[in-house]
Structures are given as C-alpha cells and as structure tokens.
Design a protein around this ligand. Structure first.
Ligand SMILES: Cc1cc2nc3c(=O)[nH]c(=O)nc-3n(C[C@H](O)[C@H](O)[C@H](O)COP(=O)(O)OP(=O)(O)OC[C@H]3O[C@@H](n4cnc5c(N)ncnc54)[C@H](O)[C@@H]3O)c2cc1C
Ligand SMILES: NC(=O)c1ccc[n+]([C@@H]2O[C@H](COP(=O)([O-])OP(=O)(O)OC[C@H]3O[C@@H](n4cnc5c(N)ncnc54)[C@H](O)[C@@H]3O)[C@@H](O)[C@H]2O)c1
Length: 474
C-alpha cells in the first residue's frame, strides 16, 4: 500500500543543490520532502570536492618536506603510506558528513526518503513505497563522469572520480585522460604522493581558463614531474589491472604509452535518466534540463538546480541555484539566475582562480578593454614565503569598471573574492585602489594592480606641473 505524502516542496537528490534547497525550505516553514538513493551529500562530499581537496592537502604536505632548501632546511624525502593517506581523505569526509546527514535534515523537519525518485505524472513523484504530491518539485540529481567511447576502454578497469578515492595503493604510473580541473588536480596530487603521472589532453589543458595564467600552473606541474601531452587523440586502450596500454596520436605520430592505471576525467553527464521526466512534461537534452532563467523546467512547477542544469558545474553554483529556487518557489518572487559573476578555482599548487571575462572572451565580444597585471614577485609577503610564482590579471572596460579577473598563485582561491564583489557590483578600480590593505599580505596585489591603472595619471607631467604651481602659493 503506497504511503501518500503531501508537501509544499519535494526535492530529488541530496547533493550540494538539493540539500541547500531542503534546508532553506524547511527552516522557512515549508513541508519539505528530500529523496536520495545513495549517500547523503552527493558528489561534492563523497566523490568530488572534499576527497580531492583532502588528497591535494596530503600531497602538499609531502611536497613541502622536500622543498625546504631555499629556507636553509635540508630537504627530506616524504615516506608516503598511500593507504593511510586515503584514511585521512575518508576521515575528512566523515568529519563533514554529519552536516549532510539524514539525522540533521530530519531534525530540521525534512522528511527524508532513501530511495530512487521518479515522476509518475506532472505533480507526483514516487520513491519506494511513497507517493509524493507537492506544490513544487526540484530536480537536483547532479551529474556523473562522462566516459568517452574510446575503443577498448570498456574491457579494462578504469578509475573515475567515483572509485578513485577507494584506491589504497599508489599507482606506479597513472595515465589520466582529460586535462580539466579533475585531471590536473589529481595529476599533481598523485605525482606528489609518489606516482608517475601522464596527462593526455585532446585540446589544451584548462580549456576554460586564460592560457597566459594557466601556463604557469602547467609549467609547475611539469616541474613536479607530471608529463602533460596536449592536442593528442586517444585511439584505443587495452590491457588488464595493473598493466594498461594507451595508444595515442600525437603530432601525426601513433605511439603507445604503458601505465599501471587509468583515470577518465573527460567531463560530466547530467543525471536525467530514470526520472521519467517525460511523464511530467520536463524537457532535457544531452547537457541537462531545459531551464528558463528562473530555473523552471518546461513544467513550471518543477525546478532544476546544480549540475543537472547543465551549465557551470560547481558546488557554489548549486548553492546559488538553491537560493534562486527558494525565492521563486516559496516567495513567488521572480528571481532570475545570473551566472556572470560565478568564480571558479582549481586547487593545484599554485591555485588558479577566475571570475568574469577573460581577455580572450572580452575581445571575442569586441569589448574595448584595459588589461592590468601585477606579479607576485613585487609582493613582500610572497618574497618572504618564497612563493613568487604568480600574477593577477584584471580586465576592465574603458571607464575602469571591473569585467573580470584571474589570479594564479598561492591562495588564489581566497584572493579572488574581492574581485567577485567588484564584478558583481560593477565596481570601478578606484574602489579597490582606495582600500587599506594590511601589510605584508598577498591581498596587497589587488590594491596594487588597481592602483597601477591610475599611476600614469598620478605621476604624469601634468600632475607634476600642477603640484609645482600650487607650491607657488605657500
Ligand atoms: C573530483 C571532483 C572534484 C570537484 N571539486 C570541486 C571543487 O573543488 N569546487 C566546486 O565548487 N565543485 C567541485 N566539483 C563539482 C561539484 O562536486 C558539483 O558541482 C556538485 O556536487 C553538484 O551538486 P549537485 O547537487 O548538483 O549534484 P550531486 O552532488 O551530484 O548530487 C546529486 C544527488 O542526487 C542523487 N540522485 C540522482 N538521481 C536520483 C534519483 N533519481 N533519485 C534519488 N536520488 C538521486 C545522487 O545520488 C546524488 O547524491 C568537483 C567534482 C568532482 C567530480
Ligand atoms: N576545483 C574545482 O572547482 C573543480 C575540480 C574538479 C572538478 N570540477 C567540476 O567538475 C567538472 C568536470 O571536470 P573535468 O575535469 O572532468 O571536466 P572538464 O570538462 O572541465 O575537462 C575535461 C577535459 O577533458 C578533455 N577531453 C574530453 N574528452 C577527451 C578525450 N577523449 N581525450 C582527451 N581529452 C579529452 C577536454 O578537452 C577537457 O579539457 C568541471 O567542469 C568542474 O565544473 C571543479
């Protein structure tokens, strides 16, 4: 006998997007149902952001032991126990998991159903023996690794983000297909933990980022020992566990690379299958759900958030979507999503952080722009820390209004925030140039790059003449 539940809002998927909608809705008094078929917390907590950043943190620790020379500290070779490193990764997940748990959400008043959810019709969802009718539904089913149809790949064991963090033995030679954020973060992490690593990228690594700045990260990874082959075509894969051969076409030459393991990091596919979306009149394509700018599907009572929306696939975007949906669904405010000031960060060492336009995207759109740069070598804190590799690059319009910024360097992910504010609030460089930045901090690069825009005017012959003229009057 089906259990009938009536709700104000029913959310399918308890990842970053679904959890944020459910927590917000329940705390605002809405009768909320949350359906999750697998682990609470979704990709970010279990197989994405959290384990990847924890693995990178271990790798940084190992690398640091061998990097003391410039400080007068003899380098030591890190003794890495890969199994214990994965224990660290899983203990970080366990430390965060209570925030996303069934117990926490039930305590907030959410009805949590641990089962697969699918639409029965335009206003009903079925999950296990429960039949949920709700005023509004939210599809927050995320994405999974997109595995390309490389001949032979289906006959060899391979890693994706879903099983990579279960591996307890350091691969002797990890071949990574894809040089996006997953490929490059995992390349550096595994290399610093002792693996030989080869990255095979079909186009260029970090396709989405400014090539001038991503080149600094690529160069550092190469110096770490990662082999990065760009513009190569993966023709076929063969072998068995522990012995994988990948045949590639590289600059018109065909050759074979022998490795021990292979990781596929070639992008994502939206989870739209098995939801019976057609029964609810919800349209989708290969990228994900078809949404309007209020994040409504073609069934106006159903919204889509996060990776399944098929746009920028980040945890903070899923969280942003959740806020838009709550305003539309609960308050009936026509809130619209605006992705123009969404930042992203790749957590390699050095980090690569970006918001808004790049130089290329602005020029492609025929915008008249100014391009400003400030190098970390000019920053006293970076000198003291011996981390002078990096630069901030800022794009403005001709009225000095901030259009975008990219930073490569230590803590770039932390340093990007004032530029996210500047971009989202359409601030001028004068706002950044006039703040008092604490000394000595890396943050000073933001003030200095903004100040550099005004330097030619400030120290021009005209200003010098004016100062001398005013001096005549005592
Ligand atoms: C290796 C890796 C590293 C990453 N690092 C970062 C990072 O550093 N920063 C960042 O911002 N982003 C990062 N991301 C991206 C981030 O993880 C995603 O953007 C985010 O998890 C998307 O959240 P979501 O709620 O849309 O989907 P998910 O987190 O995927 O959640 C969807 C949930 O829906 C459930 N589900 C699906 N279908 C059904 C169904 N029919 N019924 C019931 N439940 C269902 C799934 O089991 C899942 O739990 C990373 C991703 C990966 C893979
Ligand atoms: N730090 C972060 O915020 C972070 C970290 C990891 C992942 N993510 C999110 O997860 C998403 C997925 O990451 P990703 O790195 O898998 O995807 P991606 O789409 O960003 O990059 C995939 C790369 O693989 C290449 N590629 C595709 N098919 C290929 C093939 N057959 N052979 C060789 N190269 C091929 C593409 O040219 C591209 O450069 C990201 O776009 C991002 O939204 C974010």
């Amino acid at each position: 006998m089906a259990k009938r539940i009536k709700a104000d809002i029913c959310v399918i998927g308890a990842g970053s997007g679904g959890l944020s909608v459910a927590a917000g809705a329940a705390q605002m008094g809405a009768r909320t149902v949350l359906i999750e078929r697998d682990a609470m917390g979704g990709d970010c907590l279990n197989t994405g952001c959290v384990p990847s950043k924890a693995l990178l943190a271990a790798a940084k620790q190992a690398y640091g032991m061998g990097a003391g020379e410039p400080f007068g500290i003899a380098p030591a070779k890190a003794q890495v126990d890969f199994g214990k490193v994965q224990d660290h990764v899983h203990s970080v997940i366990a430390a965060i998991a209570p925030n996303d748990s069934v117990a926490r959400f039930e305590a907030l008043g959410v009805t949590v159903i641990k089962d697969h959810g699918r639409f029965r019709d335009a206003s009903t969802v079925i999950a296990g023996n429960a039949e949920i009718t709700a005023r509004r539904f939210v599809v927050a089913t995320g994405s999974r690794a997109a595995v390309p149809p490389i001949p032979g790949l289906d006959k060899v064991p391979f890693y994706t983000n879903e099983n990579l963090f279960e591996n307890r033995d350091c691969p002797s030679h990890l071949i990574i297909v894809g040089g996006g954020p997953i490929g490059m973060e995992m390349a550096q992490a595994h290399c610093r933990l002792g693996a030989r690593v080869t990255v095979l990228e079909g186009q260029r690594a970090f396709t989405r980022d400014d090539p001038e700045l991503s080149a600094i990260v690529i160069d550092r990874l190469r110096r770490d020992g990662v082999e990065i082959l760009e513009g190569v075509k993966v023709l076929s894969v063969s072998g068995e566990a522990g012995k994988i051969s990948v045949t590639i076409e590289d600059k018109d030459e065909t050759r074979t690379i022998e490795g021990s393991h292979i990781l596929i990091a070639t992008g994502r596919r939206a989870n739209v299958e098995g939801l019976d979306l057609e029964k609810a009149g919800i349209e989708y394509d290969a990228r994900g759900l078809k949404l309007d700018d209020r994040l409504r599907t073609t069934n106006k009572r159903v919204f889509g958030v996060g990776d399944v929306a098929g746009g920028l696939q980040f945890t903070h975007v899923a969280g942003y979507h959740a806020g838009i949906v709550i305003r539309n669904a609960l308050f009936r405010v026509p809130a619209r999503a605006d992705h123009s000031a969404v930042p992203w960060v790749t957590f390699t060492d050095p980090e690569l952080a970006h918001v808004g336009e790049t130089e290329a995207s602005a020029r492609d759109r025929n915008m008249k722009i100014n391009v400003l740069r400030w190098h970390l070598g000019e920053n006293d804190r970076a000198q003291a820390e011996r981390q002078t590799e990096g630069v901030i690059k800022v794009i403005t319009d001709t009225h000095a209004r901030v259009l975008g910024a990219t930073i490569v360097g230590p803590h770039a992910g932390e340093l990007i925030l004032p530029w996210v504010l500047a971009k989202s609030q359409a601030l001028k460089l004068s706002a950044m140039a006039s703040v008092i930045a604490p000394y000595p901090t890396l943050s000073e690069i933001s003030k200095r790059v903004a100040g550099s825009y005004y330097t030619p005017t400030l120290f021009s012959p005209k200003t010098r003449m004016l100062v001398r003229f005013l001096g005549l009057f005592g």
